[in-house]
Design a protein. Sequence first.
Length: 327
Amino acid sequence: MEKKRIVSGMRPTGKLHLGHIHGALNNWRSLQRDYQCFYFIADWHALTSEYEHPEIIKETIKDILIDWVAVGLSPEESVIFVQSSIKEHAELHLILSMFTPLPWLERNPTYKEQLKEMAQRDLYTYGFLGYPVLQAADILMYKANGVPVGEDQSAHVELTREIARRFNHFYSNIFPLPETLLAPEAKILGTDRRKMSNSYNNAIFISDPQEVVSKTVAGMITDPQRARRSDPGRPDFCNVFTFHELYTDKEKVKEIDEACRRATIGCVECKQIMASNLNKALEPLREKRKELEGNPQLIEDIIHEGNKKARKIAQETMEEVREVVKI
Ligand code: TRP
Ligand code: SF4
């Protein structure tokens, strides 16, 4: 039987960090076994907020692709591509925008939140309001059955279903209604215990060298109640411990848990152990990154091949769309 299709994208607004690994990429990697996956760099989406300084978009696209391949997204198994290389997305976005009711966009909770969160940017634009319509075009173009995203994006997938339903009703039933495949929640936080994010300066990047990782870990905030070495700690309230749960073997995690509660281990030592395990886990990714960085042609080829595969499907979909829309 044919594998079901999934589509997901990431905006190229900076380097990828551990939050991306645990919030999306590990999930994307394992989905490759059971689904035909389309993973793309959403550079037009990035432009909705970065339009004043678009350099960051170009600068990060290749870096992100390198990270993707380094963590195990496979250009053979999945279709890996760049949104703006497939102009059909823009055309479908335009057509969908003709019948998407404005109130659907205005009451979108993600929209309202982002306007508040990114108050330093002027996001009262036509393009930003239409962000989810473009996202619907991305998803419907490949007739996706599922969209693996975090909770913050589920409203957009819901909207995509509504848009697909409306299209199917007006013209012809050509789009499946995609399901949200909710990613397992990423428990890790940034070094300051806020959400890990490029803009908070609290991230550990996939591309960070060993010394940088060790130094960043040394600066992590621990259980705030453990002010002195002799104070017992609470691993459940400590972000360093969350990292241990991901990167340290089970036996040792148990040992650290007890030692922390009895104050027989200090945070400095605890962090050193964690940093060393984290570094061990990142080492193969660094090696893969180095290999890819040393071979720019390989990345070019990956993008080229991925774009070609995506474009072929996009062209087929658009032929169908134009026919039923009679344009
Ligand atoms: N809006 C998504 C985000 O910020 C990125 C995205 C764009 C996307 N198009 C998509 C995700 C299509 C899934 C499917 O994370
Ligand atoms: Fe956190 Fe480790 Fe310090 Fe306990 S000992 S508070 S787990 S860093």
